[in-house]
Design a protein around this ligand. Structure first.
Ligand code: ATP
Ligand code: MG
Length: 227
């Protein structure tokens, strides 16, 4: 389907581990329309993060096809893939992957500079303000709490106004009030710029706010779960 932002056709992911091959994702078929907000739920180890990695091109499918933002990821080279990710995708990992030698402001501004945003520093500052961290902009990740680092990661992912936002448990390290504010921000941002949002969550309330819920079990889409 060419109108989909994300389309997986019978996609599988097999990784090698010490004891042999592990089939992590099996036979995943999924189409996500522009502007949709999709929650991925399922027990720990069911493959939610792995599926997000597959969609973001951080892992390559071992079977089937993954098409993201109109590109067949299997036929895209590493450079083209990083350009696509930098320009059009915002990814928030379960571990935040902030650069330890950069301040909060730099962590948000540098990716903006890489895609040629002229007022990168100002936009980064505004984005940190939006996640309630303007007072922390000069701090390094090691000087911030887990929740603060998570908010910097969110600011970094959303500042380039990506068409697709992939977020792995974006409220996992936040208290209820901060988590709710971050969710508002994520939904606002995606609505404002018409971005598509795919998020992994254990939080039923957050899942319920999404336009669709897909449940994973043992690396497969669990069709028996009501959406
Ligand atoms: N590099 C790897 N090599 C081998 N197995 C892996 C690798 N990465 C993940 N796995 C396995 O793949 C399965 C799915 O992992 P994944 O991280 O996608 O689960 P998850 O649903 O995100 O879980 P959680 O809710 O705990 O974050 C798990 O059984 C995990 O142990
Ligand atoms: Mg996970």
């Amino acid at each position: 389907m060419t109108s989909s932002i994300v389309s997986l056709q019978r996609a599988g992911l097999t990784l090698r581990s010490g004891t042999g091959q592990v089939e992590i994702l099996k036979d995943i078929s999924l189409d996500v329309a522009p502007g949709e907000t999709l929650a991925l739920i399922g027990p720990s180890g069911s493959g939610k993060s792995s599926l997000l990695m597959l969609i973001g091109g951080l892992e390559r499918a071992s079977a089937g096809r993954v098409t993201t933002l109109g590109h067949d990821l299997n036929s895209l080279g590493e450079d083209a893939l990083s350009r696509l990710r930098r320009g059009a995708m915002g990814v928030v990992f379960q571990s935040f992957n902030l650069i330890p030698t950069m301040t909060a402001l730099e962590n948000v501004a540098v990716p903006l500079e890489l895609v040629g945003v002229s007022d990168a520093s100002a936009r980064a500052g505004a984005q940190l303000d939006a996640v309630g961290l303007s007072a922390r902009s000069g701090h390094y990740p090691s000087q911030m709490s887990g929740g603060e680092q998570q908010r910097v990661a969110l600011a970094r992912a959303t500042a380039p106004r990506p068409r697709l936002i992939l977020a792995d448990e974006p409220t996992g390290n936040l208290d209820g009030v901060t988590g709710a504010a971050i969710i508002e921000l994520l939904f606002d941002l995606s609505a404002q710029h018409g971005a598509t949002l795919i998020l992994v969550t254990h939080d039923p309330e957050l899942a319920a706010r999404c336009s669709r819920v897909v449940s994973l079990r043992d690396g497969r889409i669990d069709e028996s779960q009501p959406a």
